[in-house]
Design a protein around this ligand. Structure first.
Ligand SMILES: CC(C)(COP(=O)(O)OP(=O)(O)OC[C@H]1O[C@@H](n2cnc3c(N)ncnc32)[C@H](O)[C@@H]1OP(=O)(O)O)[C@@H](O)C(=O)NCCC(=O)NCCS
Length: 147
Protein backbone atom coordinates (compact mmCIF):
# COMPACT_ATOMS: atom_id res chain seq x y z
CA UNK A 1 0.00 0.00 0.00
CA UNK A 2 2.88 2.41 0.69
CA UNK A 3 3.81 2.25 -3.02
CA UNK A 4 0.32 3.41 -3.99
CA UNK A 5 0.44 6.24 -1.44
CA UNK A 6 3.84 7.24 -2.83
CA UNK A 7 2.58 7.32 -6.46
CA UNK A 8 -0.44 9.37 -5.38
CA UNK A 9 1.82 11.91 -3.68
CA UNK A 10 4.21 12.15 -6.63
CA UNK A 11 1.49 12.44 -9.28
CA UNK A 12 -1.48 14.31 -7.84
CA UNK A 13 -2.31 17.31 -5.68
CA UNK A 14 -5.25 15.37 -4.21
CA UNK A 15 -3.66 13.32 -1.42
CA UNK A 16 -5.36 11.24 1.23
CA UNK A 17 -4.67 9.66 4.61
CA UNK A 18 -3.38 6.07 4.70
CA UNK A 19 -6.73 5.09 6.22
CA UNK A 20 -8.59 6.36 3.17
CA UNK A 21 -6.59 4.09 0.83
CA UNK A 22 -6.95 1.10 3.16
CA UNK A 23 -10.70 1.65 3.52
CA UNK A 24 -11.20 1.65 -0.28
CA UNK A 25 -9.03 -1.44 -0.61
CA UNK A 26 -10.93 -3.32 2.10
CA UNK A 27 -14.40 -2.36 0.83
CA UNK A 28 -13.81 -2.63 -2.92
CA UNK A 29 -10.72 -4.82 -3.39
CA UNK A 30 -11.59 -5.92 -6.94
CA UNK A 31 -11.55 -2.34 -8.24
CA UNK A 32 -8.34 -1.40 -6.41
CA UNK A 33 -5.87 -2.38 -9.11
CA UNK A 34 -2.15 -1.83 -9.46
CA UNK A 35 0.15 -2.06 -12.47
CA UNK A 36 3.57 -3.60 -11.83
CA UNK A 37 6.81 -3.44 -13.78
CA UNK A 38 9.58 -5.80 -12.67
CA UNK A 39 7.76 -6.34 -9.37
CA UNK A 40 7.49 -2.63 -8.65
CA UNK A 41 4.13 -0.85 -8.55
CA UNK A 42 4.13 1.92 -11.19
CA UNK A 43 0.44 2.79 -11.32
CA UNK A 44 -2.88 2.33 -9.55
CA UNK A 45 -6.58 2.92 -9.87
CA UNK A 46 -8.98 2.92 -6.92
CA UNK A 47 -12.74 3.14 -6.98
CA UNK A 48 -15.84 3.19 -4.86
CA UNK A 49 -19.23 1.65 -5.56
CA UNK A 50 -21.97 4.13 -4.74
CA UNK A 51 -25.75 3.90 -4.59
CA UNK A 52 -28.15 6.50 -5.92
CA UNK A 53 -31.62 6.97 -7.34
CA UNK A 54 -32.00 5.68 -10.87
CA UNK A 55 -33.47 8.96 -12.17
CA UNK A 56 -36.68 10.93 -12.15
CA UNK A 57 -37.89 9.61 -15.49
CA UNK A 58 -38.03 6.00 -14.40
CA UNK A 59 -40.99 4.63 -12.49
CA UNK A 60 -40.79 3.22 -9.95
CA UNK A 61 -37.62 4.90 -8.76
CA UNK A 62 -34.97 2.34 -8.02
CA UNK A 63 -31.62 2.35 -6.32
CA UNK A 64 -28.81 1.91 -8.80
CA UNK A 65 -25.17 1.21 -8.13
CA UNK A 66 -22.58 3.39 -9.84
CA UNK A 67 -18.85 2.91 -10.05
CA UNK A 68 -16.85 5.98 -9.06
CA UNK A 69 -13.20 6.26 -10.09
CA UNK A 70 -11.66 8.01 -7.10
CA UNK A 71 -8.05 8.21 -8.23
CA UNK A 72 -5.74 6.97 -10.97
CA UNK A 73 -2.07 7.68 -11.50
CA UNK A 74 0.95 6.26 -13.30
CA UNK A 75 4.54 7.20 -12.42
CA UNK A 76 5.99 9.69 -14.96
CA UNK A 77 8.65 7.26 -16.27
CA UNK A 78 5.98 4.63 -17.05
CA UNK A 79 3.52 6.87 -18.89
CA UNK A 80 2.47 6.67 -22.56
CA UNK A 81 2.66 2.88 -22.57
CA UNK A 82 -1.06 2.24 -22.29
CA UNK A 83 -0.96 1.50 -18.54
CA UNK A 84 -3.55 4.15 -17.69
CA UNK A 85 -5.92 2.80 -20.32
CA UNK A 86 -5.40 -0.78 -19.11
CA UNK A 87 -6.11 0.21 -15.49
CA UNK A 88 -9.40 1.85 -16.49
CA UNK A 89 -10.46 -1.10 -18.64
CA UNK A 90 -9.70 -3.56 -15.84
CA UNK A 91 -11.56 -1.43 -13.29
CA UNK A 92 -14.65 -1.20 -15.55
CA UNK A 93 -14.58 -4.95 -16.08
CA UNK A 94 -14.31 -5.58 -12.33
CA UNK A 95 -17.15 -3.13 -11.57
CA UNK A 96 -19.40 -5.11 -13.86
CA UNK A 97 -18.25 -8.59 -12.84
CA UNK A 98 -18.00 -8.21 -9.06
CA UNK A 99 -20.42 -5.40 -8.24
CA UNK A 100 -23.02 -5.61 -11.04
CA UNK A 101 -22.51 -1.93 -11.80
CA UNK A 102 -24.04 -0.52 -15.00
CA UNK A 103 -22.38 2.90 -15.16
CA UNK A 104 -19.27 4.67 -13.99
CA UNK A 105 -18.35 8.30 -13.29
CA UNK A 106 -15.38 10.38 -12.26
CA UNK A 107 -14.22 13.95 -11.69
CA UNK A 108 -11.33 15.51 -13.60
CA UNK A 109 -9.74 18.96 -13.58
CA UNK A 110 -10.85 20.91 -16.63
CA UNK A 111 -7.14 21.66 -17.36
CA UNK A 112 -6.00 18.00 -17.19
CA UNK A 113 -5.89 17.38 -20.94
CA UNK A 114 -3.95 14.12 -20.71
CA UNK A 115 -6.46 12.59 -18.31
CA UNK A 116 -9.41 14.00 -20.28
CA UNK A 117 -8.09 12.38 -23.45
CA UNK A 118 -7.58 9.09 -21.63
CA UNK A 119 -11.15 9.12 -20.32
CA UNK A 120 -12.59 10.03 -23.74
CA UNK A 121 -10.57 7.23 -25.31
CA UNK A 122 -12.02 4.78 -22.78
CA UNK A 123 -15.60 5.82 -23.54
CA UNK A 124 -16.32 8.56 -21.00
CA UNK A 125 -18.25 11.69 -21.94
CA UNK A 126 -18.46 15.02 -20.16
CA UNK A 127 -21.76 15.21 -18.28
CA UNK A 128 -21.46 18.56 -16.48
CA UNK A 129 -19.08 21.00 -14.82
CA UNK A 130 -18.78 21.58 -11.08
CA UNK A 131 -17.52 25.12 -10.41
CA UNK A 132 -14.69 25.39 -7.89
CA UNK A 133 -14.68 21.66 -7.14
CA UNK A 134 -11.00 21.47 -6.23
CA UNK A 135 -9.46 23.04 -3.15
CA UNK A 136 -7.48 25.52 -5.29
CA UNK A 137 -10.72 26.68 -6.94
CA UNK A 138 -10.38 24.84 -10.28
CA UNK A 139 -13.54 23.50 -11.90
CA UNK A 140 -14.15 19.78 -12.44
CA UNK A 141 -15.84 17.96 -15.27
CA UNK A 142 -18.03 15.06 -14.23
CA UNK A 143 -17.54 12.38 -16.87
CA UNK A 144 -19.51 9.18 -17.14
CA UNK A 145 -20.12 6.14 -19.29
CA UNK A 146 -22.31 3.09 -19.33
CA UNK A 147 -20.64 -0.24 -18.71
C1 LIG B 1 -3.48 10.39 -16.66
C2 LIG B 1 -2.45 9.25 -16.52
C3 LIG B 1 -2.95 8.26 -15.45
C4 LIG B 1 -2.33 8.51 -17.87
O1 LIG B 1 -1.50 7.36 -17.69
P1 LIG B 1 -0.74 6.66 -18.92
O2 LIG B 1 -0.31 5.32 -18.46
O3 LIG B 1 0.30 7.55 -19.47
O4 LIG B 1 -1.94 6.53 -19.98
P2 LIG B 1 -1.89 5.84 -21.42
O5 LIG B 1 -0.50 5.38 -21.71
O6 LIG B 1 -2.98 4.84 -21.48
O7 LIG B 1 -2.30 7.05 -22.37
C5 LIG B 1 -1.48 8.21 -22.41
C6 LIG B 1 -1.03 8.52 -23.83
O8 LIG B 1 -0.13 7.54 -24.27
C7 LIG B 1 -0.51 7.08 -25.56
N1 LIG B 1 -0.08 5.69 -25.70
C8 LIG B 1 -0.68 4.61 -25.18
N2 LIG B 1 0.01 3.49 -25.52
C9 LIG B 1 1.07 3.92 -26.24
C10 LIG B 1 2.15 3.24 -26.86
N3 LIG B 1 2.27 1.91 -26.80
N4 LIG B 1 3.07 3.99 -27.50
C11 LIG B 1 2.94 5.33 -27.56
N5 LIG B 1 1.94 6.03 -27.00
C12 LIG B 1 1.03 5.32 -26.34
C13 LIG B 1 -1.99 7.25 -25.58
O9 LIG B 1 -2.50 7.33 -26.89
C14 LIG B 1 -2.14 8.54 -24.84
O10 LIG B 1 -1.90 9.64 -25.72
P3 LIG B 1 -2.84 10.95 -25.70
O11 LIG B 1 -2.74 11.55 -24.32
O12 LIG B 1 -2.23 11.79 -26.77
O13 LIG B 1 -4.22 10.46 -26.02
C15 LIG B 1 -1.06 9.79 -16.16
O14 LIG B 1 -0.70 10.80 -17.09
C16 LIG B 1 -0.95 10.37 -14.76
O15 LIG B 1 -0.71 9.65 -13.79
N6 LIG B 1 -1.15 11.69 -14.66
C17 LIG B 1 -1.07 12.36 -13.33
C18 LIG B 1 -2.21 11.95 -12.45
C19 LIG B 1 -3.55 12.33 -13.04
O16 LIG B 1 -3.71 13.37 -13.66
N7 LIG B 1 -4.55 11.45 -12.82
C20 LIG B 1 -5.89 11.67 -13.28
C21 LIG B 1 -6.61 12.53 -12.30
S1 LIG B 1 -8.31 12.74 -12.75
Amino acid sequence: MHQVVYINQVCLPENYSNGFFIDLYERYPETFIVAEKDGVVVGYIMCRIESGLSGMSLRPLGIVKKGHIISIAVLPESRNLGIGQALIQEALKAMSTFYDVKSCFLEVRVSNTVALNLYKRTGFEIERTIKGYYSDGEDAYIMSRKI
